[in-house]
Design a protein around this ligand. Sequence first.
Ligand code: PRP
Ligand code: URA
Length: 208
Amino acid sequence: MAQVYVSDHPLVKHKLTLLRNKETDPKKFRELIREITILLAYEATSDLEVAATTVETPLQTAPGFKLKEPIGLIPILRAGLGMVEGIWEMIPSAEVWHIGLFRDEQTLRPVAYYNRLPVDPTVSVCLILDPMLATGGSAVKTVEILKTWGANRIKFMGLIAAPEGIAHLTTQHPDVDVYVAAVDTCLNEHGYILPGLGDAGDRQFGTG
Ligand code: PRP
Ligand code: URA
């Protein structure tokens, strides 16, 4: 069964409140997404495997560790893009593979428009990045794409989830753990999360 981790960190709560604010401009919005993602990444990467190594300090040889598994960051275009930079600073060796999906406004079903994954998987851990888990359709579709590719460990990292999205994702993919900053109340009739933050793509890119 999937685990759902909802951050209880005071900095996440504080920054998420600023992010939700309708007065927050796109520049500040992008900064906050980047910062919250770094805080969430601490938890989402806590079970990454490490290999023992040694390091030469100025005085002695010391025991150490290095990340063992190739890691993939999978932002869902467009809104997931803003989550890449912060976590990539923490894991500069990660590969970034973009998946392009948008929601059909009528059906709310995800429509795939970009995927340049190579034939064979190149990473063993995939972190899907998307600020919003609303109906869950986009996340479920992305997990399907990654599983078809051959990825065997997949996690979802988001900022705000609706209970409907969590139920959809964890029912369809009980092997995918979910890391979010908050779980909100519900979806409105247009599939937007309430209270949410509005349209995460438009608010980042100034296109609203
Ligand atoms: C948003 C968001 C997710 C999706 C979530 O993207 O970034 O990808 O909606 O909704 P769901 O859980 O109901 O699938 P959107 O389709 O607005 O595209 P955009 O990021 O390009 O603006
Ligand atoms: N996509 C968004 O950007 N916001 C929502 O509330 C739902 C889907």
